[in-house]
Design a protein around this ligand. Structure first.
Ligand code: FAD
Length: 505
């Protein structure tokens, strides 16, 4: 088929949550006038809207769209995020930090953490966290953008944002509408398929209107109206590895530690609680396993553990962890919750929306919908999902908690071979095995292995054992001191944010 004649002329995005409006904004930016983009959403149904914590690549998404950081943070009442503090995950009373960035800077061929292990074996009590510039700043409530000079310790960290997902969707809606996206308010009732190809032909709205398109993006949330409702694509259930299946969420007034530049995840008896500070409020939620706690008990636990007065009624959400068997089926691609869901432990859902959009643009089809493109999209998307899944399971599997059935079950569960191999390598010699398309790099894996008390039995043979302990101890001490000094010179998170958002207003 001639590519010019076969070009996609119209795209319909079904759903206007974070996924729908991120897709609409990116497609309008990339395709311009070449293609009619329509988004249908229903105010009556509403959105999930609790996705508030992100990881560093979100900055690339905003940058690509030409969105200035100051505008974005002002419009979404956002804050900076340097990583996640995990409390009570390894055992009660224990905490650690998963930082964005690396642990220090290498000073020889041996990985920094091997020096830390050698120093620790020789009696050093410096925690691994103290070798993270992100934690040095986060623990002091400080923030400044990383430096570009690779000689400075201030170049060794990275950052993301917390933001109000509803405000972000509204912001992107304005962006997309200004670039020609038409929004239709209405409730999708039925979906019609072409008899011959089984492709989606049009969606019908409950009020009788009908919307045709060449290509459909299913952003309808957990419902998966097109990918599942119309095409019955199938779902792979991962609840045996990631057992939490519900969440109760509520915002509260800012209190406690205030607007920390990091997310906190506190393990509870039947799951874990998030704390995400924004400019105007703090987001909270208890993600739990319904086999181990009732909705009422989970809600009571959440409400008893807020920093300040609740600002709305708690909201209950149900989900099944897993993914669609394929993400792109015929002329429908599922993005966002319609494609699957892994609990928000490492803030990966919005990132998966972003990578879905990036792949959609990389493999943008013509009307012949080449199976070559569809297969490649699915292969990459499935791998991305599985890599993240393994990283999330790591947090549960490595727990030493035995005070509640959920944690005992998790410690005893069988895990994917891909993950078992990584744990075995780290346990044996502190080796961080990388796999293609790992979203989380060695520093992230290191943080969770050590944080969850998976200490290696052996050390790197490249370390010269006769000199190792003393040299490593000196190196580690200097590094943590340099980071503490740098952090003390940074502005507070509040003052940096205020200066940034006001200067551009
Ligand atoms: P939704 O927000 O559900 O939007 C679906 C859209 O489809 C809505 O506009 C709705 O009106 C529309 N729709 C549905 N049916 C119809 C119909 N019949 N007719 C017309 N329109 C229809 N992600 C992160 O990255 N970080 C986090 O910290 C985070 N925390 C989370 C916590 C919880 C408890 C949950 C459940 C999710 C979390 N997520 C997080 C995920 C994040 O919320 C979602 O990835 C994100 O909001 C995208 O959702 P969505 O747009 O796919 O779906």
């Amino acid at each position: 088929m001639d590519d010019t004649n076969a070009a996609i002329r119209s795209v319909l995005i079904v759903g206007g949550g974070t996924a729908g409006w991120m897709t609409a904004a990116a497609l309008s930016h990339a395709l311009g006038e070449r293609c009619q983009i329509t988004l249908v959403e229903s105010d009556e149904i509403g959105t999930v809207g609790v996705g508030e914590a992100t990881i560093p690549p979100i900055r690339l998404f905003n940058d690509t769209l030409g969105i200035a950081e100051a505008d974005f943070l002002r419009e979404t009442k956002g804050s900076f995020k340097l990583g996640i503090e995990f409390v009570d995950w390894a055992k009660l009373g224990h905490r650690y930090f998963h930082p964005f960035g690396t642990f220090g800077k290498p000073f020889d061929l041996v990985a920094v953490h091997q020096h830390w292990l050698a120093a620790r074996a020789a009696g050093s009590t410096i925690p691994l966290d103290d070798l993270s510039m992100a934690w040095a700043a986060a623990s002091r409530g400080r923030f400044a953008a990383p430096m570009t000079d690779p000689r400075s310790v201030a170049s060794t960290f990275d950052y993301a944002y917390h933001f109000d997902a509803g405000l972000y969707a509204a912001f992107l809606r304005r962006y997309a509408e200004a670039r020609g996206v038409s929004r239709v308010e209405g409730r999708v009732g039925d979906v019609a398929l072409h008899g011959e190809t089984g492709h989606v032909a049009h969606v019908g709205l409950r009020d009788g209107r009908r919307i045709d398109a060449d290509f459909f993006v299913d952003c309808s949330g957990f419902r998966g109206l097109l990918i599942e409702g119309a095409l019955a694509t199938g779902y792979e259930d991962w609840a045996h590895w990631l057992p939490c299946d519900r969440a109760v969420a509520v915002p509260c007034a800012t209190g406690g530690d205030g607007m920390t530049p990091y997310t906190r995840s506190t393990a509870r008896a039947a799951g874990w609680q998030w704390r995400i500070p924004l400019q105007h409020r703090t987001g909270n939620g208890y993600v739990y396993c319904s086999r181990h706690i009732s909705d009422d008990e989970a809600t009571a636990t959440l409400m008893a553990n807020l920093d300040g007065e609740a600002l709305s009624e708690p909201r209950l959400l149900r989900f099944t962890t897993g993914r669609r068997r394929t993400f792109w089926n015929r002329n429908v691609i599922a993005i966002g919750l319609a494609s699957g869901f892994m609990e928000p432990l490492e803030s990966t859902s919005i990132h998966l929306i972003q990578t879905g959009i990036a792949k959609l643009l990389a493999y943008f089809p013509t009307r012949d919908f080449s199976p070559l493109l569809i297969d490649e999209y699915n292969r990459v998307a499935i791998t991305e999902y599985e890599r993240i899944r393994d990283f999330l399971i790591l947090h549960y599997k490595l727990t030493s908690r035995d005070d509640a059935p959920l944690w005992r079950d998790c410690a005893a569960m069988t895990i994917p071979d891909t993950l078992a191999l990584k744990i075995a390598h780290f346990r044996q010699g502190g080796r961080l095995i990388a796999r293609d398309m790992d979203l989380f790099g060695p520093a992230s894996w290191l943080a969770v292995h050590i944080g969850q008390l998976n200490h290696p039995l052996g050390s790197d043979p490249l370390l010269d054992s006769s000199k190792a302990a003393a040299a490593s101890t000196t190196f580690i001490g200097r590094l943590s001191e340099a980071m503490a000094t740098m952090a003390r010179s940074m502005p507070t998170h509040e003052s940096y944010l205020q200066r940034l958002t006001r200067s551009m207003a």
